[in-house]
Design a protein around this ligand. Structure first.
Ligand code: ADP
Ligand code: MG
Length: 275
């Protein structure tokens, strides 16, 4: 019996528009996100990463194969468990309500879902802000008054108030500058350390993938399947200095080799962009 929050993806095939253009997005795709582990996924553009994440989230169904959460069927060709607080997606430009304060934004979900009263929800929101590194000082600010990095942190806390078992992140730091990005890495490492959700992070950035994750999954070009499964055994807590270690360089070489081989195939087929 697996622990709470483990995702198991078996033999997923996804064909968009099977009667017409028939885009084979995923084929024979299997992987695991073990309970409390941090998994990063990289692969050429259009190889089906978002397709897979969206199915785990409950936004779509596969053509065949199944996805389980803790041994319970989540999705298959005939099953689609709607999105719920077990598994939460943090979107790239997740919209905070500009007219609500940071505290109100974080407390919003449980209040509308009536799982907690306003007082209780706001108390928990305050605790989260505090636990996430003394962010209580921004509790009364409006989203427009804080930096975009800070907004992203608030979005993650807004997801965490529902105590998700699985956190799903689809290229959340793509548009960020290097300094903001490295602050976000530290924040995400802290979140993982303190709250221990299982995490699936899709990224184009191999250094980010290795620095954060326990396992890096490299996908093939479309139809996407897992090409290589790289175990990252760097100790935790992780720190940026680890990027300079021999062990890190070795992992990076492995990942680059796998990604470039796939990017080259995609390029030769006329698809653009790598990883
Ligand atoms: P990635 O996130 O790895 O860049 P996606 O999962 O977004 O890739 O897309 C995988 C493939 O499926 C792409 O070729 C994309 O064009 C196609 N695709 C994605 N969504 C749809 C859709 N709703 N209808 C048809 N094709 C789609
Ligand atoms: Mg995508």
């Amino acid at each position: 019996m697996s622990q709470a929050g483990s995702i198991s993806v078996s033999n997923i095939q996804k064909i968009y528009d099977p009667e017409g253009a028939a885009v084979h997005a995923l084929e024979n795709c299997s992987c695991e996100i073990p309970s409390g582990k941090f998994v990063a996924m990289v692969g050429p553009s259009g190889c089906g990463k978002s397709t897979l994440l969206n199915m785990i989230a409950g936004f779509d169904k596969p053509t065949s194969g199944e996805i389980k959460l803790d041994d319970q069927l989540l999705v298959s060709a005939n099953t689609q468990t709607p999105p719920n607080s077990d598994r939460v997606v943090v979107f790239q430009n997740g919209a905070l309500f500009p007219w609500k304060t940071v505290l109100e934004n974080i407390a919003y979900g449980p209040i509308v879902q009536k799982t907690r009263g306003r007082g209780q929800a706001e108390e928990e929101a305050r605790e989260l802000l505090n636990k996430a590194g003394n962010l209580e000082r921004i509790a009364g600010s409006f989203p427009g008054q804080i930096s975009s990095g800070m907004q992203r942190r608030v979005e993650i806390l807004r997801a965490l108030i529902n105590k998700p078992k699985v956190l799903l992140l689809d290229e959340p730091f793509r548009a960020m500058d290097t300094v903001s990005k490295s602050k976000m890495h530290q924040h995400l490492l802290d979140i993982h350390d303190k709250f221990r959700p299982s995490i699936l992070l899709i990224t184009h950035d191999l250094v980010e993938a290795i620095l954060l994750a326990d396992v890096v999954l490299v996908m093939t070009t479309r139809p996407g399947t897992i090409k290589v499964n790289i175990n990252v055994e760097l100790p935790r807590p992780r720190s940026r200095e680890m990027i300079l270690s021999d062990e890190f360089t070795e992992l990076q070489k492995q990942a680059i080799a796998a990604v470039h081989e796939e990017a080259r195939k995609a390029f030769e087929r006329g698809e653009k962009e790598l990883a």
